[in-house]
Design a protein around this ligand. Structure first.
Ligand code: SAH
Length: 275
């Protein structure tokens, strides 16, 4: 393409010419801050997605439909996903990603698991003998509260939830996050979850959000007959993890623990002690 010949003009323009320039040009030349203002507005939109609060129920519904399409078929679990605002549990800068099927950082080197994995664990829990009979998780223990997102889902699905976290800042964050949702049946404990929580034992359902080399003896001791435990566990060698399900079966007064292994997963490590 050939450019139309520019009219000959003198350069630089005299001040008298600038003041007579058309308004739009003048604004562009004289308001360089416009770009900065635009960038600030874009950044603000990203940091706190406007409308996500208002539309979040719809965005969540789309996540629920996706989970359903991918095979999650427990209606109570899907209902819990539809109700709990995941974006309120993560940093505002990450809120925009909250309804994607992705794990997200929650600080202190920890992550909130992706919804499909959380859904799978909850569905496995709901299939425990006692849970299936009651249509809910009954008295439930969670190890690894993190930001409290899974705790909120568990709260919807159980009669009472005890959730333990070993990192104080995350325990405090979960108190704040869950406080906003006013869940009455959730008890948050700061401590080493490897020891379980004796005062509220036994539990019908136990779920761990961090994976160790073994299933701590305390968890089995605190699992009620008919109860089910779901936890990620390192395979021998420690390089890969699988979801492990343990059912407490009581037969003629004798306790048996039936263990099955499921798909490979990737969870943060289960650690000892508190920090
Ligand atoms: N369910 C959480 C995911 C948290 S990630 C959520 O929805 O956000 C796993 C959490 O387990 C981390 O916060 C980690 O600090 C915690 N954790 C690891 N070992 C633990 C232990 N022995 N006792 C309690 N919490 C533990």
């Amino acid at each position: 393409m050939t450019e139309p010949k520019a009219k000959p003009r003198s350069f630089p323009l005299g001040l008298d010419k600038i003041s007579k320039a058309p308004t739009s040009t003048a604004r562009q030349v004289l308001m360089p801050q416009r770009h900065l203002q635009q960038a600030a507005a874009d950044a603000a939109r990203q940091a706190a997605p406007s409308g996500l609060g208002l539309d979040s129920a719809q965005v969540r519904q789309r996540m629920v439909q996706r989970l359903r399409r991918e095979g999650l078929n427990d209606e109570r679990v899907l209902q819990a996903f539809a109700e709990v605002p995941r974006h309120e549990f993560v940093d505002t800068a990450l809120a925009i990603q909250a309804y994607e099927d992705t794990s997200l950082p929650i600080g202190h080197g920890q992550t909130i698991s992706k919804p499909s994995v959380v859904g799978r664990m909850l569905a496995l829990l709901m299939m425990g003998a006692k849970a299936a009979e009651q249509g809910q998780l009954g008295r439930c223990l969670e190890i690894g509260t993190g930001c409290g997102y899974q705790a909120a889902l568990l709260g919807d699905l159980s009669r009472q939830l005890v959730s333990i976290e070993r990192l104080k800042p995350l325990h405090d964050k979960a108190i704040e996050n869950l406080g906003k949702l006013r869940r009455q049946n959730i008890r948050l404990i700061y401590g080493d979850g490897r020891l379980g929580h004796v005062p509220n034992a036994p539990y019908d359902s136990i779920v761990a959000a961090a994976g160790g080399e073994d299933i701590p003896a305390a968890w089995l001791a605190q699992l009620a007959p008919g109860g089910r435990l779901v936890a990620p566990m390192a395979k021998p060698g420690g390089r890969t993890q699988v979801l492990v399900v343990v059912d407490h079966v009581l037969e003629a007064g004798v306790s048996r623990y039936m263990r099955t292994e499921h798909e490979g997963v990737l969870f943060v490590p289960l650690k000892s002690g508190v920090m």
